[in-house]
Design a protein around this ligand. Structure first.
Ligand code: UT7
Length: 339
């Protein structure tokens, strides 16, 4: 019997570059409030959101991905031809197949890279970091482009008080490649699937095709996100801090050695509560991009990371804790050394 030959020894991985794309249209709270009987003050106080970006009608998930991806490639000093794989984390690409990633890699000029999408909602980017890192470490890939992208304005009901002011659009991307020492720590990930009904996109396409059998009342024209806000809020505040601490431990560092905290940008109160629960050190840099970007699900962490570079708040070599959590309910966290 033949045996598979000894695999190449595992190697280390790193983030090589970051890129973002923010749609040009800024939507302040005042543009949202009338349809949901709300106010600028309420939205700021309960979520921290002051404004968000909406893509235009002809600006697609793939358009935003390509723009962010190109910036990340330039920052990494890598060409599209060098990519072994393109991964797109999204829940708002409006086709089940083929994947957004195949169109992205085609448009970047590399029609032969491995390409697939991840459906892990607001945890999708961190799932992707772990997967891309392991692909590089085990020689399944040399360079991987990972994009988190959403056009949530397409799937949000502007009259839903619980979601209309939260969700928004944008794309963020990173390139992951080999490293001479560890710069991406192990991923801590999992789910609490018993709460999978807490955030849903409904109705399903089958229900839309057969509206007589519609299981969910209300909207039969288009799938929108529905969220049990308080359930998700409590889960995030109480369950995610221990996950962040496990990720710090898995990196072989202590909380005091962390420089930056870049959590999923869902709500400023969740961000602050998590930082407090983990007892993050005074003076640590905390991403609060949600204020001007809203909640962009899979795009929120790379967008927040890019914003920290733009504002000069972070520098190369710093250690950052990333943590994504959302619909599923699913989560993933890891410590990375910033490029
Ligand atoms: O990215 C995926 C993960 N998603 C999240 O992490 C989101 C988690 N959830 C949240 O961030 C928060 O639950 C929200 C920001 C969505 C809502 O904040 P909240 O503090 O949980 O508000 P609430 O639902 O408990 O509502 C409080 C009050 C209620 O009034 P009463 O019953 O206290 O009189 C609501 O009727 O606020 C009222 N309310 C609103 N008022 C003005 C609910 N929505 C609105 C609104 N504008 N849009």
């Amino acid at each position: 019997m033949h045996k598979i030959s000894e695999p190449l020894a595992t190697r280390h991985s790193q983030i090589l570059g970051v890129g973002d794309y923010r749609p040009s249209r800024i939507v302040p709270n005042l543009e949202i409030v009338d349809l949901i009987d709300s106010s600028d003050e309420w939205i700021r106080e309960r979520s921290g959101i002051e404004s968000r970006r909406y893509a235009s009608a002809d600006e697609s998930v793939v358009d935003m991905s390509v723009a962010a991806g190109q910036k990340a490639l330039t920052a990494a000093g890598i060409t599209a031809a060098q990519l072994s794989a393109v991964i797109v984390a999204t829940v708002t690409y409006p086709f089940q197949t083929p994947s957004a990633a195949t169109d992205v890699t085609l448009r970047l000029g590399n029609p032969n890279a491995a390409a697939f999408d991840i459906s892990a909602a607001c945890a999708g980017f961190c799932y992707g970091v772990g997967m891309a890192s392991d692909m590089v470490r085990t020689h399944s890939a040399e360079y991987v482009l990972l994009i988190g992208v959403e056009k949530l304005s397409d799937f949000t009901d502007p009259t839903d008080r619980g979601t209309a002011f939260i969700f928004a659009d944008g794309a963020g991307a990173i390139v992951i490649g080999p490293s001479d020492r560890p710069k991406i720590a192990p991923m801590i990930w999992g789910s609490d699937a018993t709460a999978r009904e807490a955030i849903v996109m409904q109705p399903s396409w089958l229900e839309l095709r057969n509206p007589d059998g519609l299981a969910n009342s209300g909207n039969i024209g288009w799938p929108d996100i529905k969220m049990q806000g308080q359930t998700v809020f409590r889960w995030a505040v109480y369950q995610m801090a221990p996950i962040g601490l496990k990720a710090i431990e898995a990196a072989g560092i202590t909380v005091d050695q962390l420089d930056v905290f870049i959590p999923h940008q869902a709500n400023i109160r969740i961000i602050d509560a998590m930082a407090k629960a983990m007892k993050l050190p005074e003076g640590i840099t905390i991403a609060r991009d949600v204020r001007v970007s809203g909640n962009t699900s899979a795009a929120s962490i790379p967008l927040a990371m890019a914003a920290l570079y733009d504002s000069g708040e972070v520098k190369s070599g710093q250690l950052a804790l990333l943590i994504g959590f959302g619909a599923g309910l699913v989560y993933a966290a890891q410590v990375v050394e910033l490029p």
